[in-house]
Design a protein around this ligand. Sequence first.
Ligand code: OAD
Length: 291
Amino acid sequence: MDRIRDAATILSQAKRVVVFTGAGISAESGVPTFRDALTGLWERFDAQALATPQAFADDPALVWGWYEWRRTQLLRVRPNPGHDAVAALAGLVPTLTVITQNVDDLHERAGSVDPLHLHGSLFAPRCSVCAAPASPVSPTVTSPGTAPGASPGLSPESASGSGSGSGSASGSPLGSTPTAGVADEGRRITPPACERCGGAIRPGVVWFGEALPEDALETAVLAASECDVLLTVGTSGLVYPAAEIPRVAARFGAAVIQVNPQATPLDALAVVNLHQSAAQALPALVEALQS
Ligand code: OAD
């Protein structure tokens, strides 16, 4: 409890606070962290291999199917007390900026206003050719086990068992391929076509090898350089340039407080390490601030 008290004391004296979150804050909502192994329908695929421009070029239906599966999974989960506490924090400190590496919408659904999405969002698809924004659509066909009420079905490609999207046959660059000749169990969903140019709509997330959205990154770096306290929650602090954010804050004299049940490279940077889960530590921190 004393570490919570220490963190609350530091926060109570702060004028400008940044909350920097990673996949760990969504873990207790049932959203696997990025480094969790993929499970279920996608267990034989490698997230790092699916989240690349090349993967989308090679097999747009498989990559679009994966992101649609992830988006529809989100429709079935809720923000957890960790997200709720971040939203509550905004009313307890003079200025709060939420910066997230997550592509889910759980901060927004908990009430945080305009979190900066450094890695984009599952809810901001865009045209892969002309970059026109597209609205999230309900999947053209669904994979078994997605949103309730969805009629499990197979995408046209896999229904025919042809696996017409390249990369579904042997030698897929996307990790091990489904048993040869077996339909992809509906993994493939043909991406919608852009209304403006007809190009394939792609997920509005940052893929490996792609630049982060410039405006979000610039705003995040500025907020980190001006804050008094940066609260980092549920990130391994391994993926740059996002992982630079807590380090920028420390370089400009901010106190860094970390919430993570595991040790990370950020332990050395933090003045207080709360080695607990987000859904435990953050509500306790808010309660201590309010007492
Ligand atoms: P990781 O999966 O790398 O790390 C998740 C962190 O959350 C780990 O340090 C866990 O210990 C911690 N964690 C797990 N459960 C937690 C809980 N209940 N409460 C608090 N912490 C918990 O995810 P990120 O650090 O977010 O980028 O990964 C950063 C980026 O790496 C992702 O945004 C993704 C990936 O490359 C892109 O997709 C561009």
